[in-house]
Design a protein around this ligand. Structure first.
Ligand code: ADP
Ligand code: ZN
Length: 530
């Protein structure tokens, strides 16, 4: 039996490796560099902990684990100490005296795994400690923090390539759950891992059921979802509800509490100790719903989160995958639920336009948003679409909304033409463009004050779309924007303008297939509970 497997059995008490773990630990134990891409819950920690112990046993030295979050580090160290591994950490939570003692113990070879924050690792004091000690392995956890495009970016991570220059013979293992190709390449380049082997696990999370519903009244849709699938006599399941703004986080949490759902708010505008307390409550108590911005993220290792809900659209497919990935880490059924509407698209486009980023970054952000809109609007399997984004092929899953209730599609060419010509005619008549609400009033023939004020009831498109209801029209406009047939103008009022692609549709050269609008109903669909 391999020594690594022995360590897995004897120290950790697990009978067998999972997935790629066996290959990774052998590779690293033998001194190879590697990059490990594995989804959250895939078992990344053992990938470096086991070779660390194996190499220590062979007298090759201790492992240094670079980890960006203090809370994460402390949990890992506590878990290792519990099974008898000599683990310790160095971070700003320690007093000078405690740090000094840990450093001495490390120098004496009394520590197998030493966790450090990247900013501490780069200090000359720490690098000198490494020079004086025997080092058997460098593990770089959450390696996507080197990526400048990602929202977890840590400038200190970029300097980690120094490790390789200073200690060329010590093997390195970098790990992350962010797998899109751009991030992967950035990690390899910035950490100088071009000669490293890449271990890419499947990113499928088969126990998560993906569902994206049309936003109608998002709050009450959320409450329906929680009540029908995540509430029972004893209270509610643990879950996370993501919102875009701090204000919406607070309002939603407050409102859920008045509706009998135990909810806490969490965002970066709160004091650190309040955030800490709430994170602990979420982790330790049963049935807490955390309503949060994406500030509540990395390092949430609660295994029994039964649902992740999005009241606002994330920025990218990676974001959606990471956030929904916090559900069901224990492997039992969990729900990823999102309400999405035209307003979300307008809002995200506006945020990109108004950001201080340079043009290249804005183009990239737009492309990322478009990929996510493609996932939202797909009539095919969500999982196939999601995995394809990470370069992984798969078959329809049978466990997402579109597999369970394949959406109807219809030939919306005529309606698309009505909508586009309405945009064109209002623009020509008034000299500026309008938002979807006003355009829909014109199409449906509503003589609102605004319509008469602009004499838009005189347009040839007035009333031509009376056969469709308001929500149906919203769905048409949303899809036209998602498909790039309409764009949100740059002034930030949510006004819609024609694009280069609109012309072919207006001229009848291009067909438009749309997903049929489904009226939100109280969901009785089998969820995580049944
Ligand atoms: P990640 O860091 O990839 O999100 P973790 O390393 O935290 O995942 O592992 C997730 C869970 O799976 C942990 O509870 C861990 O103990 C468990 N686990 C990992 N590998 C194995 C294994 N080979 N056998 C049994 N349990 C495992
Ligand atoms: Zn599916």
């Amino acid at each position: 039996m391999s020594r690594c497997l022995e360590i897995l059995n004897e120290v950790f008490g697990y009978p067998a490796f999972r997935g790629l773990q066996a290959d990774v630990v052998e590779h690293v134990a033998q001194g190879g560099d590697c990059l490990v891409l594995m989804p959250t819950g895939g078992g990344k920690s053992l990938c470096y902990q086991i070779p660390a112990l194996e190499r220590m046993q062979r007298g090759l030295g201790a492992a240094i684990v670079v980890s960006p979050l203090i809370a994460l580090m402390q949990d890992q160290v506590a878990a290792l100490q519990e099974v008898g591994v000599r683990a310790a950490y160095l971070n700003s939570a320690l007093t000078g005296q405690q740090a000094f003692q840990t450093e001495r113990a490390f120098e004496r070879g009394e520590i197998d795994l030493l966790y450090v924050a990247p900013e501490r690792l780069m200090t000359s004091r720490f690098l000198e400690l490494l020079d004086r000690s025997k080092i058997g392995l460098f593990a770089i956890d959450e390696a996507h923090c080197v990526s400048q495009w990602g929202h977890d970016f840590r400038p200190e991570y970029i300097q980690l390539s120094v490790l390789h220059e200073r200690f060329p013979s010590v093997p390195r293992i970098a790990l992350t759950a962010t797998a899109d190709e751009a991030t992967r390449n950035e990690i390899i380049e910035r950490l100088a891992l071009d000669a490293a082997r890449v271990f890419l696990a499947s990113f499928d999370r088969p126990n998560i059921r993906y569902r994206i519903v049309e936003k109608d009244n998002a709050r009450s849709q959320l409450l329906d979802f929680i009540r029908s699938e995540h509430q029972n006599d004893g209270g509610n399941d643990a879950g996370i509800v993501y919102c875009l703004s701090r204000r919406k986080v607070e309002e939603t949490a407050e409102w859920l509490n008045t509706q009998g759902v135990r909810a806490l708010a969490y965002h970066a505008g709160m004091d650190a100790d309040i955030r800490q307390t709430r994170q602990e409550q979420f982790k330790r108590e049963d049935g807490v719903v955390m309503v949060a911005t994406i500030a509540f993220g990395m390092g949430i290792d609660k295994p029994d989160v039964r649902f992740v809900a999005h009241l606002d659209l994330p920025k990218s497919v990676e974001g959606y995958y990471q956030e929904t990935g916090r559900a069901g880490r224990d492997g039992t059924p969990a729900n990823a639920w999102m309400a999405y509407g035209l307003g979300d698209v307008v809002q995200q486009r506006k945020m990109i336009d108004e950001s201080d980023a340079d043009e290249a970054h804005k183009r990239l952000s737009t492309a990322k948003l478009d990929a996510l809109l493609g996932l939202c609007e797909t009539a095919g399997c969500r999982r196939v679409r999601l995995l394809a984004y990470f370069g992984e092929g798969s078959q329809p899953c049978g466990n997402c909304d579109t597999c369970l209730n394949p959406p109807d599609t219809w030939d919306g060419t005529r309606e698309a033409q009505m909508a586009l010509s309405c945009v064109y005619r209002t623009m020509r008549a008034s000299g500026f463009s309008f938002g979807a609400g006003h355009l829909i009033d014109i199409l449906r023939g509503n003589k609102t004050e605004r319509v008469t004020q602009h004499a838009h009831d005189q347009l040839t498109t007035f009333g031509v779309g009376a056969a469709l209801g308001e929500p149906e029209w919203r769905a048409v406009f949303r899809q036209l924007v998602a498909y790039g047939l309409l764009a949100v103008d740059h002034l930030g009022h949510g006004a819609l303008v024609l694009t280069g692609a609109s012309r072919a549709v207006l001229k009848g050269e291009e067909q438009v297939t749309l997903r049929r609008y489904v009226k939100p109903v109280r969901s009785r669909q089998a969820g995580a509970k049944s």
